[in-house]
Design a protein around this ligand. Sequence first.
Ligand SMILES: [Zn+2]
Length: 68
Amino acid sequence: MRVGIGVDVHRFSSDEKRELWLGGLLWSEESGLEGHSDSDVAAHAICDALLSAVSGKGLAGACSLPKP
Ligand SMILES: [Zn+2]
């Protein structure tokens, strides 16, 4: 059995139009997070955990993946 650990952090955006996506869900009443992607910290942490478990090489960096 392989185990992976995923961690992701984004700061809150000063752009009031930035949407907040967490776990693949849009939280339309909340302030969004900074980032070049969708900044979904929950999805990024899960992806990092899965990728690190598969690759066996630490954190994989899901933040750099493009928006869906
Ligand atoms: Zn991220």
